[in-house]
Design a protein. Structure first.
Lengths: 296, 329
């Protein structure tokens, strides 16, 4: 009886956490991401406290005499093509790479979910109008679209975010619409209608929770893609402007020095890879933990 | 016709499913009424239009392709077909609720059963606090014989019979005046069937709810219903009290249905099924819909749709053979 009582007390979020904890891989992914978030936040605080002193002296200060120097005791990740400490730059770059990717995808997920569920649920003309517009967006390569949007709006952090968010909306809208279409004809939706649930309630409490799985996977993959897109835009000079450190632009600019110093390409690459891997395993675990059918 | 305790009256309801290829005549000129607290059994073969009738009452016919062509449905004196969608929503689940056929698929797989019962309460009693709602949901669960401690569990953790109980709890949570049970026991095995039906009947009597029980099991009808309506090809061909239908069946189809039940008392070598198939609802015969299968059919039957004859005050039959019975009796 005691266990039954304990079970009763558990809320949905506690239950999810209990199941998420069991997946050690997902848990380690989350720890890595939490560490990155912590790093990003602490650099922001450091900048505020020291009035950008460390940023100016360590992160963007050039020292051409030492350029392309390999990892050493003083600079554990070595120095880049302008003689800047890669370790410091990697750490200061976390906030742009991680936060911008996440925010951009969060934006496009919200918009995509709303558009996709409206299109899928109401169908007919509504569906056609929304999805044909999405098709138009999809027809343009996302990089080109983002470039065009930034070029039109002007280069700034917000505009890069908006551009990347817009270019990812169609994939989310498509994913959500597809799962809405399969779920809306199931009997429990009709049962919900028979108890007097409104359309909004049906979409948000019945259809969307049932279509979370593909959405979470799509979103975690999307963050990875968005980080790369931001890098691409930075490479074209439309994203984050030098000398501000950002993993993608560090990687792009290091490309031409790969023969002289391997470390300056490998390290930002590893940073991106680890972040994306962490996001993916966490997304996987989250998807399983959120699905009550896969309990235990 | 209208009486004080009349709950719902359906007049000349005609429903079509119109697709590009064909028009399915799902309901043809159905008239029916129910009193408060009574149980009406709706019997018919697969495809006779039973479920369409049930959905029309709640205005839940999938549209397109479903269209209510003509007719009126009065529920407590209000014409349901003229109500707005918002007004309909406040009726669904509140005054009229429905139990679906398949308990396996009628529950939201990612919501705990307690929450699903709370959904109905929440949709219709917005003023209630969260605790009140939870209390009501738990008491509903207890009422259908599920321990309240299981309210945090999900549908996949329940057996089929238990799920159907949860669905019944959802249907009865707002004390509806009319309960539509669409083959509530078809998906369950026989021992559970009896339990679930007994429970529905007991709860229905306790809450004084009227029930429209859709089934193709005449045994279920005999045990639970006050009156019976026999449907065939979208029409009600015979309507009467339990004894009218079982003791004095008049329509050849009803006779055929009763004749195809194995009897416990008599030694029967072979059952006598009704020969032939139900007509294609996209291409119904012009006269009596049953004429092609009817051994008594004459030329008149094949040409004109027979009217409904009032054999006695409670008994209506849509067959010209009944006309003679009216004359004789």
């Amino acid at each position: 009886m005691k266990t039954a009582d304990a079970k009763k007390q558990r809320t949905l979020s506690a239950e999810t956490w209990r199941r998420f904890k069991k997946n050690k891989l997902a848990l380690s992914g989350m720890i890595v991401l939490l560490a990155l978030v912590l790093i990003a936040l602490s650099t922001i605080v450091i900048d505020l406290v020291t009035d950008n002193a460390i940023y100016n002296n360590k992160v963007i200060k050039q020292n051409l005499r030492l350029r392309l120097q390999g990892p050493s005791k003083d600079h554990i990740f070595g120095l880049d093509e302008f003689g800047r400490d890669i370790f410091m730059r990697m750490i200061w770059a976390v906030r742009y790479s991680l936060f911008m990717g996440t925010i951009a995808i969060a934006l496009s997920t919200i918009v995509g979910v709303i558009l996709g569920s409206i299109a899928g649920y109401y169908g007919k003309v509504t569906d056609n109008i929304i999805m044909r517009f999405m098709d138009v967006l999809l027809a343009i390569p996302s990089m080109l679209l983002a470039t065009a949007i930034v070029a039109a709006l002007g280069t700034s952090l917000t505009n890069v975010l908006i551009a990347i968010a817009i270019s990812y909306v169609p994939t989310f809208a498509r994913t959500v619409r597809a799962s809405v279409l399969t779920i809306k004809d199931q009997e429990f939706i009709e049962a919900a209608r028979a108890i007097g649930a409104s359309d909004l309630r049906i979409i948000f409490k019945y259809i969307l929770p049932n279509s979370m799985a593909p959405l979470i996977v799509q979103a975690t993959l999307g963050v990875a893609g968005a980080i790369l897109s931001i890098a691409g835009l930075s490479f074209l000079g439309l994203g984050i402007q030098p000398p501000t450190p950002e993993w993608g632009s560090m990687l792009s600019s290091a490309r031409s020095y790969i023969r002289e110093g391997w470390h300056i390409t490998v390290i930002p690459g590893l940073g991106i890879m680890i972040t994306i891997l962490a996001l993916n395993v966490m997304g996987d675990g989250l998807r399983d933990a959120l699905d009550p059918r896969l309990k235990n | 016709m209208s009486t004080v305790d009349e709950l719902i009256r359906i007049e000349n309801l005609t429903v079509h499913y119109e697709t590009d290829d064909a028009v399915v005549h799902a309901l043809n000129d159905i008239s029916l009424s129910m009193k408060k607290g009574e149980t009406l059994g709706l019997v018919g073969e697969t495809g006779a239009g039973k479920t369409t009738l049930a959905r029309s009452i709640l205005r839940l016919i999938p549209s397109p392709p479903g269209i209510i062509k003509s007719g009126r449905i009065f529920f407590e004196g209000k014409d349901m077909l003229t109500l707005s969608e918002a007004q309909m929503r406040s009726i669904r689940g509140n005054s009229i609720s429905m139990i679906f056929q398949d308990p396996m698929t009628s529950l939201n797989p990612v919501m705990s059963v307690g929450d699903q019962i709370m959904e109905v309460v929440e949709a219709h009693n917005k003023a209630l606090g969260k605790e009140e709602m939870e209390k009501q949901a738990l008491s509903m669960l207890e009422m259908v014989g599920i321990p309240a401690s299981r309210s945090h569990e999900y549908p996949h953790q329940f057996s089929g019979g238990m799920k159907q109980r949860v669905i019944i709890a959802i249907a009865l949570a707002c004390n509806p005046i009319l309960l539509i049970a669409d083959e509530p026991t078809t998906a369950l095995d026989v021992t559970i069937q009896a339990q679930v039906l007994d429970m529905i009947t007991a709860l229905k009597n306790r809450l004084n709810t009227a029930m429209l029980l859709i089934t193709h099991d005449l045994g279920v009808v005999a045990q639970n219903c006050d009156r019976v309506a026999i449907m065939y090809a979208g029409q009600i061909i015979e309507l009467g009290t339990l004894s009218d239908i079982f003791k004095r069946p008049t329509h050849p189809y009803t006779k055929g249905l009763l004749g195809s039940i194995p009897s416990l008392n008599k030694e029967v070598k072979r059952l006598s099924p009704i020969k032939g198939m139900m007509p294609d609802p996209t291409d119904l015969p012009p006269g009596c819909k049953f004429a092609p299968r009817c051994q008594y059919a004459s030329e008149v039957c094949k040409q004109d749709v027979p009217p409904s004859y009032q054999v006695s005050t409670t008994h209506q039959v849509r067959c010209i053979l009944a006309r003679e019975e009216v004359h004789n009796g």
